[in-house]
Design a protein around this ligand. Sequence first.
Ligand code: UD1
Length: 332
Amino acid sequence: MKRVLVTGGTGYIGSHTAVELIRAGYEVLILDNLFNSKITVLDKIEKITGVRPKFFKVDLKNYMETEKVFAENEIDSVIHFAGLKAVGESVEKPLDYYENNIGGTVNLLKAMIETQVFELVFSSSAAVYGEQATPVYNEEMATGVNISSPYGWTKAMIEQIIKDTAKANPQFKATILRYFNPIGADKSGLIGEDPNGRPNNLMPIVMKVYRGEIPELVIYGDDYPTEDGSCVRDYIHVTDLSKGHLRALEKIKEGVSVYNLGSGKGTSVFQIIQAFEEISGKELPKKVGTRRAGDLPEFYADPSLAERELGWKAKLGVKDAILDTLRYLENL
Ligand code: UD1
């Protein structure tokens, strides 16, 4: 079985993918700088799978340390999650985002080429489609036009860097996965989304409001041209998303392939809140506020290419994600 290095493997999507990889029999190594995650996630992964992945506390910005991991560990493939991901913060600190996300990836790719590791799955985002795109989003759409944040730009730029790397190194194979809105937690309830500091995304905020750590949920606008006036997103269960990475690894082919990973279904902010309240049995303190800059009314995937070529499809729904999130909250 392949030996897979997961960068950002103690983070939200990285840890869930590590678990799915181990469950499927892969040998997993994790590299993370622990900037936005906790070392205790390794204990949780061990508890869930019975296996403790080898861990390297390494920052990809440090080339020497990164290359050492490759030189000493006979790695077959890499799944690259490590990066900063707060959209709003990236507008305030663009250089941190370019330094971390672009600089880190360039080092990673250099170390891979240097040590002849030629298989990469990259964690990209639907943000690369930019503001001019309208749903349904498919992989043929232009990227890199009117992207609303430096975060989104780093993803688009990294996609280009990967394509150029593959062009220059014919043995190099890469699959780029563009995620929509990941939510939920592993069914064990032991790992989930636990960002350091104040969260920006809807579900982590809902979780904090539910626990009384944030006094009130603000719905960012109810006057969008959607059915109930709130924004519509394509929420995808993190376990489905993680399994998409396994399929991508199994089916990796020459050159660079790109797939959307989404459910293909739109759910509004009001629908998410209603489902959360119904399932948890608790009403959340909330109010309607003004629109958040850069938000688009509707955003959902055409996931059919991933189904056709990877044999992957989202199986779990928003309700499953909320149930698993509540289980995770009980364990926090
Ligand atoms: C954002 C980014 C996306 C990134 C993703 C994960 C944009 C356009 N998209 O997605 O690139 O990959 O985060 O980090 O920036 N909402 C509220 N109240 C809140 C929080 C959110 O009403 O307190 C609403 C938002 O307006 C939005 C929906 O909930 O309609 C989801 O928001 P969020 O979880 O932040 O994700 P996106 O903005 O879709």
